[in-house]
Design a protein around this ligand. Structure first.
Ligand code: PDD
Length: 285
C-alpha cells in the first residue's frame, strides 16, 4: 500500500509509488551489482550539467556493455517526468540501469532487458554553517578495484570508506593508493598549494566527477591556476587548502585531515572563489 504523499518513481516503463516499485531477486543488480548509476542535481526544477551527466551515463553503459535502452531525448523526458512529480524545486535525481533479470550465472546473459530505475529526492546540500566551519576528513588506503572510472553500482569499497568516515566523526575518507591521492568515498578531492589548484589525473583510479570538468572550467574563467598531476600523501597534509566536490557537496572545504589542520584550519580563498563561481554557474544554467 502506498500513501498519496509518496513521491513517484520510474521503473521499467511505469511511474509508481516507491513502495510499489519492485524488481526480481534475480535482477543482476541485486545478485552481482551488475549495473551503473548517475546522480544529477536539479536546481529550480532544471537539471544542472545535464549534457555532461548524459554523456557519462552513456559512457558507463558502453564500458560494461549494457545496451543503452533510451535515446538522450527519451532519458531527458523520463527524468523530467520524475522531477515534475516531486514537490521540491531543488532535487537530486538518482538513476540506475542494471543488466536486467536472468538465471544466476556470472557472464552476461544472452538476452536480458536492462532494468531502468529513476527516483528523486530533495538535494541535501551542506548548510552555510557547515560551509563556514569546513569539514573534517580522515585518510585511508584505497582498496577498491582498478576500474573506478566506471560509475558502477558495485560500491562496497566506497560504502566501507564512507562508514570509515562516520566511525571517525568525519565527513569523508580521503583515499590514497600507493602513496598518491585518489578520491574520497563519494567525492573528488583537490588541493591548493601556493595559489595553484591541483587535481589527480582522470584515469582508472578515480571517477571523473561532473564537477571535475566544471572546476576546470571555473578555474579557466576566473584565472585560478590549475594543474593535473599525481599528488603525494605528504602534499595533501601540507596543502594550503583541500576541497571536496560532488553533486551534493558542490564544492566543500576540508579543514582537518586525521585531526591535523589543513592550512590554517579554516576555509581558504580559493574555496571561497570556487564556491561563488559555482553558485553563479548554477544561477546562469
Ligand atoms: N558521487 N567520486 C566518486 C567515487 C563519487 O561517488 C562521486 C559522486 C564523485 C563526484 O562526481 P560528481 O561530481 O559527478 O557528483 C567522485 C555521487 C554524488 C553519489 O554516489 O551519490
Amino acid at each position: 500500500m502506498s500513501t498519496l504523499a509518496e513521491p513517484l518513481v520510474y521503473l521499467n516503463g511505469a511511474m509508481t509509488p516507491i513502495a510499489d516499485a519492485k524488481v526480481s531477486v534475480l535482477d543482476r543488480g541485486f545478485i552481482f551489482g551488475d549495473g551503473i548509476y548517475e546522480v544529477i542535481p536539479i536546481y529550480q526544477r532544471r537539471l544542472f550539467r545535464a549534457k555532461h551527466h548524459m554523456a557519462r551515463l552513456f559512457r558507463s553503459l558502453a564500458s560494461i556493455s549494457i545496451p543503452n535502452p533510451h535515446s538522450e531525448a527519451e532519458w531527458m523526458a523520463l527524468i523530467d517526468q520524475v522531477v515534475a512529480a516531486h514537490p521540491a524545486d531543488d532535487q537530486m535525481v538518482y538513476l540506475q540501469v542494471t543488466r536486467g533479470v536472468a538465471k544466476r550465472a556470472h557472464a552476461f546473459p544472452a538476452d536480458s532487458t536492462p532494468t531502468v530505475f529513476i527516483m528523486t529526492n530533495p538535494i541535501p546540500l551542506p548548510s552555510m554553517a557547515v560551509r563556514a566551519a569546513g569539514v573534517a576528513c580522515v585518510s585511508m588506503e584505497d582498496k577498491r578495484w582498478l576500474r573506478c572510472e566506471i560509475k558502477s553500482i558495485s560500491l562496497l569499497g566506497n560504502v566501507l570508506a564512507a562508514q570509515n568516515a562516520v566511525d571517525n566523526n568525519a565527513v569523508e575518507s580521503i583515499q590514497f593508493r600507493d602513496g598518491f591521492l585518489t578520491e574520497a568515498s563519494s567525492s573528488n578531492v583537490w588541493i591548493v598549494k601556493d595559489g595553484v589548484l591541483l587535481g589527480p589525473p582522470k584515469d582508472n583510479l578515480i571517477l571523473e566527477g561532473i564537477r571535475y570538468g566544471l572546476i576546470e572550467e571555473l578555474c579557466a574563467a576566473h584565472a585560478i591556476p590549475m594543474r593535473v598531476r599525481r599528488i603525494g600523501r605528504d602534499e595533501v597534509f601540507a596543502a594550503d587548502e583541500v576541497l571536496l566536490t560532488s553533486a551534493t557537496k558542490e564544492v566543500l572545504p576540508v579543514v582537518s585531515l586525521d585531526g591535523k589542520p589543513i592550512g590554517n584550519g579554516t576555509p581558504g580563498p580559493i574555496y571561497a572563489k570556487l564556491y561563488e563561481a559555482y553558485q553563479a554557474a548554477k544561477a546562469a544554467a
